[in-house]
Structures are given as C-alpha cells and as structure tokens.
Design a protein around this ligand. Structure first.
Ligand SMILES: C[S@@+](CC[C@H](N)C(=O)[O-])C[C@H]1O[C@@H](n2cnc3c(N)ncnc32)[C@H](O)[C@@H]1O
Length: 292
C-alpha cells in the first residue's frame, strides 16, 4: 500500500472534475498515488541546462541527473495505467544538443518509445513551396523563439515531445488532433476515413501566445503553451482519461489543459510561487468553462 497523500496545496472542483495541486517533490508524491491510477502524464522536467528556476538547481552533474530521470520515470510507471501514456517534452540548447536524446535513453529501460513528436515553435514556409492551394500572398514566418547570435548554430525553433507507453501499444485517437483533407485527389481516402480528417503527423506547430511582459504574464523560464498538453490528451483520447498528471507543473499549463477539456488532474511542483500561479491559471480556465 502506498503512503497516504499529503493534504493538497489547493483543490479545485467543478461537477465531476477535480484538480489537485501538491507542493513537494515529484517522486515522493508520485509514490503515494494508487498504482495504475493515472491514464495520461504530460510533463516537462527540468532539462539540466542551467536554467534559472526560483528553487531548483538546474546544473547537476549529467550522470546524477540521468540517474534521477530513471528514478522519477519508474515512479511514473508505477502510477500509470496499463495502456496509459507519458508525453515527455524535453528541449536542448545548441551547445548541449544531446540532452533530449540522453533523457529519452534514460527512459528506455522502463518504457517503450511509441511516437516521437516535434513541437515546432516557429516555422518559415516559402509561398511557392506551399503551393497555390495554400493561398499565401507572401512567404510565411510564424511563431516565437529565442534568437541565437552565432556563427555556427541555427536558431532553435523546436523541442522534442516523446510519447512513451508501457507496451508500445497504447491506442491513440489520431483524428482528435487530425487535420482536414485538402487535396481532392485524396477523396477516396477521405470517404473511407468518414470524418473528413487525416492524421496530423508528428510535427505540431504550437506557438507561444504573444505577450507584452514576461515577468507579469509568464513568470517562469521554461513553460510550454497549454495547447501542447491539450493536444497530447486529445491524442491519447479524452474519454479514456479519468485522471491526468504533471509531476513538474511549473505555471500549470497541463492543469489549464485539463480544466479546459474537463479532465481530473494531479499536479506536483517544488516551488510554491510557481504553484500559486498554476492554481490561479487553472481556476481562471475552469471558471471560463462553466460546467462540463
Ligand atoms: C520545465 S519546468 C515545467 C514547466 C511547465 N511545463 C509549464 O508549462 O509551466 C520544470 C518545473 O519542475 C519543477 N521541479 C524541479 N524539480 C522538481 C521536483 N523534484 N519535484 C517537483 N517539481 C520540480 C521546477 O520548479 C520547474 O517549475
């Protein structure tokens, strides 16, 4: 029997939806969840790239960091249902390009790598290459990224989103994040699919919202936009998720996604300042939804 959960830092409820927020260490709280009780994890751990968080030291020796990664992944595995999903977002930096792949390797002994998704933060598409049907009037460059001033590195406009599962056979709902068929030559496939939608593939363009003041609107050095966890949960299948979780909650993007989609949620965060902001964001998302 796992140890009892501590009192949540905050709990939000709306109808059958319950969002619980725990202030503490990810492994400690994960170990207290009932085994198999979480259908979908969406998370982004610290990347160990020297990012300046308020409490956490993001500059541990690499072997120690990867060993810790294996430990929290095992805690996730215990809490995950048999056909659950872990969507694991990891970035890198140009001078340390192996980070994301090293993290994926640390997960490898414990979970199957089912899909690799590229979270595209910014993209440039030439009008001519998009083709006439796209209707572009000019070349397109959209999204946000941190520009790098360098003679050898490209601007970093993507991050990895690894989809892990226990057996590599977790069913997914490709149409839930699908795109409309556009090419009339695909009409037979369109009819077969029935929904008029095809699989989006594994490149997801999900830009950050445009903000005026980072300190006020996004007071955290490494967030993902809430649509990223929302896409992950829809891909897993919202009707197959009783409870989702994010053990490294930050400003609560995963909680906002769950509040928006009507999914119960467990969030864990070491830093009380980030956690307070996460709860406030989730509350706003829940309030703007009314009832489910
Ligand atoms: C990459 S950020 C997550 C950001 C989040 N996805 C968002 O959109 O806001 C990682 C977070 O993990 C937290 N953290 C670091 N070590 C932790 C631990 N052992 N347990 C729980 N949270 C931890 C950090 O404070 C940081 O906010």
């Amino acid at each position: 029997m796992p140890r009892a959960l501590p009192k949540p830092f905050a709990q939000l409820e709306r109808g059958r939806i319950r969002l619980r927020f725990f202030h503490g260490d990810a492994i400690d709280i994960l170990d207290r969840l009932s085994p198999g009780s979480i259908e979908a994890f969406v998370t982004s751990p610290p990347y160990n790239l020297g990012i300046r968080y308020r409490s956490y030291d993001d500059g541990r020796p690499r072997p120690e960091y990867l060993d810790w990664t294996g430990q929290w992944i095992q805690a996730v595995r215990r809490a995950m249902s048999d056909d659950g999903s872990l969507f694991l977002n990891v970035g890198a930096k140009p001078k340390d390009p192996w980070t994301a792949l090293d993290v994926a390797q640390a997960v490898r002994p414990h979970l199957e790598l089912q899909n690799i998704i590229h979270w595209v933060k910014s993209i440039a598409i030439e009008k001519d290459l998009a083709g006439a049907r796209a209707g572009l009037k000019d070349d397109l460059a959209v999204g946000h990224y941190k520009p790098i001033n360098s003679r050898r590195f490209l601007n970093d406009c993507h991050e990895f989103l690894f989809h892990f599962s226990k057996h590599g056979e977790t069913p997914i709902d490709r149409q839930a994040v699908g795109v409309k068929y556009q090419d009339p030559s695909n009409i037979t496939r369109w009819e077969k699919a029935g929904s008029g939608r095809r699989c989006r593939g594994n490149t997801w363009f999900l830009p950050y919202d445009t903000i005026q003041s980072r300190d006020e609107e996004r007071p955290h050095p490494a967030t993902f936009p809430w649509r990223l966890p929302a896409y992950c949960l829809r891909l897993h299948g919202t009707d197959r998720v009783r409870v989702a979780a994010d053990p490294f909650l930050g400003l609560g993007s995963s909680a906002v996604a769950c509040a928006t989609l009507g999914i119960s949620f467990v969030g864990i965060e070491l830093d009380a300042h980030y956690l307070r902001e996460a709860v406030a964001r989730a509350r706003r998302a829940l309030d703007s939804k009314g009832s489910f």
